[in-house]
Design a protein around this ligand. Structure first.
Ligand code: GUN
Length: 297
């Protein structure tokens, strides 16, 4: 069988960053103001350190202000809440992101709900979850699912209406908001998770498969409906026989590619879209806070 078309998230993200950069330059020229993003990292988680560094670098490259706050692993909840309140009050900060996961002495929900919802560029605050679920246009939308929808709209040249989609995973960061977004796109959506009884049978129904379970190469090509479009959100580092490591998704690319009509690779698929969407959300938040029209990005 022929191989699937590659959905090039890396290229799409580069284009999105260019549009964001142009929007930032135009906002500066028109209003003399620069959007600012604050990222808070608590602790030393190596993957989180890599993400936070990339976020800071790409924020600056887009012409925006980047504020980075590194806090000790032993930071207590009240100290972190005080930092969030300070950023809420800071007019140069338009977006606030607290990197997850947080150390176990800190209540994640308590921190997320302290963030001013209008600066919540992650879209994790209950107010933004509520806005998204009620179709309120003031919602800030979680970056990774937003990136997946932008890739799907581009792939399908606009409309996803009537497609059968399955979302594998029910996390607050990806699965649940992804489900909401696909319903808004008028897909018929199934949510599968660790207690789903016959996962291959569920996947076999789907025109669109979103895999966000964090299990390396779990989804097999034999499960897919021929011609399905596969969005692989997984980023898993696995050991190679020679002692090195490599990144793989939640989908077994080798068996999926001959069955799918299109598929995102790992790396180079959904991954680069997340930070590009974070930059987009920061510009969106900045415009809303200032009452400026939102640029096309
Ligand atoms: N950890 C993993 N993904 C994310 C994300 O999108 N935002 C934040 N804040 N933390 C994360």
């Amino acid at each position: 069988m022929a191989e699937a078309q590659i959905i090039d998230g890396k290229a799409f993200a580069a284009g999105l960053r260019e549009r964001v950069t142009a929007a930032v330059a135009a906002l500066k020229a028109d209003h003399g103001k620069t959007p600012g993003l604050a990222v808070v990292l608590v602790g030393e988680d190596p993957a989180s350190q890599v993400y936070v560094r990339s976020k800071g670098k790409q924020t600056v490259e887009a012409g925006m202000e980047s504020f980075e706050f590194k806090m000790d692993t032993s930071t207590d909840q009240e100290t972190l809440l005080a930092k969030v309140r300070q950023l809420n009050e800071d007019p140069t900060v338009n977006g606030i992101l607290v990197q997850l996961p947080l150390p176990k002495q800190i209540d994640e929900q308590a921190v997320l709900t302290e963030i001013n919802p209008d600066k919540d560029v992650d879209g994790f605050h209950v107010v933004n979850v509520g806005r998204l679920n009620t179709g309120n246009p003031s919602a800030l939308v979680p970056c990774t699912p937003l990136g997946c929808v932008l890739l799907l709209r581009d792939h399908f040249k606009g409309s996803l209406a009537g497609k059968k989609a399955i979302v594998l995973g029910r996390s607050n960061i990806v699965g649940k908001p992804m489900t909401t977004l696909l319903v808004q796109e008028s897909c018929t959506v199934t949510v599968a998770h660790s207690r789903t009884v016959d996962l291959p049978a569920e996947v076999a129904q789907a025109d669109i498969v979103i895999a966000a379970v964090g299990k390396p190469e779990m989804v097999q090509g034999s499960w897919l409906k021929p011609g399905a479009v596969v969005i692989d959100v997984g980023i898993n580092r696995i050991d190679k026989p020679d002692g090195g490591t490599r990144l793989v998704g939640d989908v077994d690319f080798a068996s999926a590619s001959p069955v799918a009509s299109a598929i995102t690779p790992v790396p180079g698929g959904v991954g680069p879209m997340t930070i590009a969407c974070l930059l987009r959300n920061t510009v969106t938040a900045f415009c809303r806070q200032n009452g400026y029209p939102e640029p096309d990005m």
